[in-house]
Ligand binder design. Structure first.
Ligand code: PMP
Ligand code: GLN
Length: 382
């Protein structure tokens, strides 16, 4: 008899980000697909990591993360969101935001639980739910502004609803939650046992003077929330894969039970360096305007093409409609764009379980202006 592997994720292939980046490399295309900066990160932060390594910070740090880094994060949270979280009991450093999300879901979900997921959804959410034996309850964000239809959410709540997943600023659409959404959410979960997982990895990448509506601002929401963050997005180093989760003590206690036997503890010298660097607030307070300029640069260049922008208020991304160029489906068009025109983008249909296709592609603008300009030059040929 042969060992016969039974897939835990039978319907899952390779993530679209890897597929498109491999294709972009193969065809030497400009990669506006996968979300990562092509400009360099801070030399000062790199020097601090070197210093930490040379200073001997090369062994395991505490499993919950370097205490000083957690303390500094707690101070940052107080300054930004006017709340006190306890560094000892409410913050855990993780190997990236994706891991924090997976760990939070694994901590909370039991087989058969229902999880409200808004689509388009970041590609790891649904597989993370399903691998835990839980059931994603899919709710479309309303095209073309991708707002939440709270009436519909109310209708989808059942006694089995365990958790609502939120992502603001939102990947792939750049939509952000507003004060009004928070009121709906507060009314919806009040008096229920529903948890919230809030993916806030783009907390600083928010534009046009909008305010980041973190769950950390609202005690009645935070008491039931796991809030997930990524240093990769804040310090232009997505390859570092370091992030953190913030949750109230009772939730965090359970999160740590899962974490300690999966990753246990994260890279030490990087945490030592970040604990020092994080005190320079301009590194994150200026991020929104830095990325907003890039969004605007791409948008003004794209006016010379046939692509039509949809609004983006945050994240690395803006969706563009191509419905007046072709009626090809998003995936085929994204592949053709990469192969024939040398620009890679992400088909938004990849963020829908049923592959909904509105003829929109996601473009990543966290790139050098010269990269964005060259992409526009190529797209003008369409
Ligand atoms: N959530 C969203 C919406 C993201 O776009 C990303 C970026 N990859 C992550 C989570 C996770 O980030 P990390 O690389 O830190 O795992
Ligand atoms: N978050 C990034 C994106 O949306 C990529 C992360 C990944 O490749 N998994 O493009």
């Amino acid at each position: 008899m042969q060992p016969n592997i039974q897939s835990k994720l039978p319907h899952v292939g390779t993530t679209i980000f890897t597929v498109m980046s491999v294709l972009a490399n193969e065809y030497n295309a400009i990669n506006l697909g996968q979300g990562f900066p092509d400009y360099s990160m801070s030399e000062a932060l790199i020097a601090l990591v070197n210093k930490a390594m040379q200073g001997g910070h090369n062994q395991y740090v505490h499993m919950n993360g370097l205490p000083l880094l957690r303390e500094r994060l707690a101070e940052k949270i107080t300054a930004l969101y006017a709340t006190n979280v306890n560094a000892e009991t409410e913050i855990t450093i993780t190997p990236g935001g994706t891991y924090a999300i997976y760990t939070a879901l694994t901590t909370i979900l039991q087989p058969g639980d229902e999880v409200i997921v808004f689509e388009p959804a970041y590609d790891s959410y649904i597989p993370n739910i399903e691998i835990n034996g839980a059931v994603p309850v899919l709710i479309p964000l309303v095209y073309p502004d991708y707002k939440i239809d709270w009436e519909l959410v109310k209708q989808k709540i059942t006694p089995k609803t365990k958790l609502i997943m939120l992502n603001t600023p939102h990947n792939p659409t750049g939509a952000v939650l507003c004060a009004d959404d928070i009121v709906h959410l507060q009314n919806l979960v009040k008096g229920t046992g529903i948890f919230i997982l809030s993916d806030e990895v783009y907390e600083h990448l928010i534009f046009d003077g909008r305010k980041h509506e973190s769950m950390l601002r609202y005690p009645d929401l935070y008491e039931r929330s796991f809030v997930c963050f990524s240093f990769g997005k804040v310090y232009h180093c997505t390859g570092w894969k370091l992030g953190y989760c913030v949750a109230p003590p009772a939730l965090m206690k359970e999160f740590r039970k899962v974490h300690q036997f999966n990753c246990f503890t994260c890279n030490s010298p990087v945490q030592v360096a970040l604990a020092e660097f994080i005190t320079q607030k301009n590194n994150y307070t200026e991020l929104g305007s830095f990325l907003q300029q890039k969004r605007d640069h791409l948008k003004s260049g794209m006016q010379q093409t046939k692509f039509k922008p949809l609004p983006s208020y945050g994240s690395y991304f803006q969706l563009y409609s191509y419905s007046n160029i072709t009626d090809e489906n998003e995936k085929d068009f994204a592949i053709r764009l990469t192969k024939e025109y040398g620009v890679a983008a992400i088909p938004t249909s990849a963020f829908y379980k049923n592959g909904e296709d509105n003829k929109v592609l996601r473009f990543c603008f966290s790139k050098k202006e010269s990269t964005l300009d060259e992409a526009v030059n190529r797209l003008m040929k369409l």
